[in-house]
Design a protein around this ligand. Structure first.
Ligand SMILES: Nc1ncnc2c1ncn2[C@@H]1O[C@H](COP(=O)(O)OP(=O)(O)O)[C@@H](O)[C@H]1O
Ligand SMILES: [Mg+2]
Length: 143
């Protein structure tokens, strides 16, 4: 889909949120500023995370947890240098857990995510336009 504003990007994410089930893993792939964190904000909204939960990139913590209808685990690998830094985080437990795991910059460490991962890609078209590709069956269907 083509998104012409941050709100449209968030709407695209909340449409996806309605199709997600516990244990789903969503990888967000695209350049800096492409709208990945904005998309996570929409996912949070769609999962019923309270509005006062401030969703931004979990820079210092690697993973941030929000509670909505089901837990949302937000992982951002932008600053990660080595996949070994993830040891001891218990990633498998997040992936197989009761919630949704969403991962920014997942493509920097291919192989850490389960095969069933749902990948959403973002490209910057111009200053306010983004192209977002959601796998078939996970978006809104409009003729
Ligand atoms: N259609 C759009 N969708 C999402 N963000 C947009 C859009 N148009 C402009 N932007 C801007 O692009 C930036 C996206 O930032 P962010 O979501 O943090 O990107 P990323 O996490 O991919 O680095 C924000 O400053 C936002 O205002
Ligand atoms: Mg980001």
């Amino acid at each position: 889909m083509i998104s012409r504003s941050i709100e449209e990007t968030q709407k695209c994410a909340s449409d996806l949120a309605r199709r997600l089930k516990p244990g789903d893993v969503v990888a967000l792939v695209g350049d800096l500023g492409a709208g990945k964190t904005a998309f996570v904000q929409g996912l949070a909204k769609g999962l019923g995370v309270p509005k006062d939960a401030y969703v931004r990139s979990p820079t210092f913590t690697l993973i941030a947890e929000y509670s909505g209808r089901m837990p949302l685990y937000h992982l951002d690998l932008y600053r990660l240098r080595d996949a070994r830094e993830l040891d001891g985080l218990g990633l498998e437990e997040y992936f197989d857990g009761r919630g949704i795991t969403v991962v920014e910059w997942a493509d920097r460490f291919p192989g850490i995510l389960p095969e069933r991962t749902i990948t959403v890609s973002f490209s910057i078209v111009d200053e306010t336009t983004r192209e977002i590709v959601v796998p078939a069956g996970y978006g809104t269907h409009r003729p």
